[in-house]
Design a protein around this ligand. Structure first.
Ligand SMILES: Nc1ncnc2c1ncn2[C@@H]1O[C@H](COP(=O)(O)OP(=O)(O)O)[C@@H](O)[C@H]1O
Ligand SMILES: [Mg+2]
Length: 255
């Protein structure tokens, strides 16, 4: 297996000398191609900051992040735009769909920027919509869709370019439990059947239990890591709850 992502001793500070927040305090870990890794931690533990540094939305104070062989902390200008467009897929808590475009157009947008033909785009949109069970909403606008449908459209948009890495920040945060479950099952499908590498941030133990590995962070540091191995989802869920209890988190978040 090859390493898609290598995070080496990264730190991120906010503020100035008089009020300094160490949002990330010396974090290192790797992600292999085809893994589904979850970063878990309480609110304020540094999850979003970590993901934003990987997605190049934010800059590290020190340390290195490699995606493939490229040190992305060094990218600038056009190289940075190319990296984001070609290598990454993003899924956000609040969907970030364009309200004036249909689901079809939202999904197709990522490919039209790449100058693909209408025919290629049309085929790709229908393929991905089929996989995520959203064929029936392709002609709808975001306001006509449920939260769960919107998030699956956003997921389709994120994966249609075949990115090396899909980054998701609390993707189930705005969904009810049934829609959450459907989305997580879609992630499982993408991960297992299409070998999509996923890095997802969540504070929810149920969502985390779909991963192949969970990394726990606390106060900007790695606190623990557990691997699913041959556990069932339920067995893995119970192990996650044990660590969350150790972490001193609110276990009710998971219910
Ligand atoms: N832009 C910012 N400016 C100053 N402090 C920030 C900023 N973003 C996050 N922080 C601080 O960094 C810490 C980690 O925040 P964040 O990464 O958003 O945590 P999480 O996503 O786990 O809830 C918190 O103490 C937060 O207040
Ligand atoms: Mg966050």
């Amino acid at each position: 297996m090859s390493k898609i992502l290598k995070i080496q001793k990264i730190e991120k500070y906010y503020g100035n000398k008089s009020s300094l927040t160490k949002a990330i305090d010396n974090i290192s870990f790797d992600v292999e191609e085809g893994e589904f890794v979850v970063i878990m931690g309480a609110s304020g533990s540094g999850k979003t900051t970590l993901l934003n540094c990987i997605s190049t939305i934010d800059k590290v104070t020190s340390g290195h992040i490699y995606v493939g062989d490229e040190d992305i902390t060094k990218l600038k200008g056009n190289d940075l735009n190319r990296f984001r467009r070609e290598k990454l897929g993003f899924i956000f808590q609040d969907f970030n769909l364009l309200d004036t475009l249909t689901a079809y157009e939202n999904i197709a947008l990522a490919l039209s920027i790449q100058n693909k033909s209408y025919k290629e785009i049309d085929k790709a949109v229908h393929e991905v919509a089929n996989k995520l069970g959203i064929k029936n909403v392709l002609n709808k606008y975001p306001y006509q869709m449920s939260g769960g449908q919107k998030q699956r459209v956003a997921s389709a948009r994120a994966i249609i370019t075949n990115p090396s890495l899909v980054l998701a920040d609390e993707p189930t945060g705005a969904l009810d439990s049934k829609s959450s479950k459907m989305l997580l099952e879609s992630f499982n499908y993408l991960n297992e059947k299409l070998n999509t590498t996923i890095l997802m941030v969540t504070h929810d133990s149920f969502a985390a239990s779909y991963a192949s590995r969970v990394i726990f962070i606390k106060d900007g540091k790695i606190f623990n890591e557990i691997i699913r191995g041959d556990d069932t989802r339920k067995e893995f869920f119970d192990k996650i709850i044990d660590v969350v209890t150790l972490l001193g988190g609110d276990v009710n978040d998971a219910l």
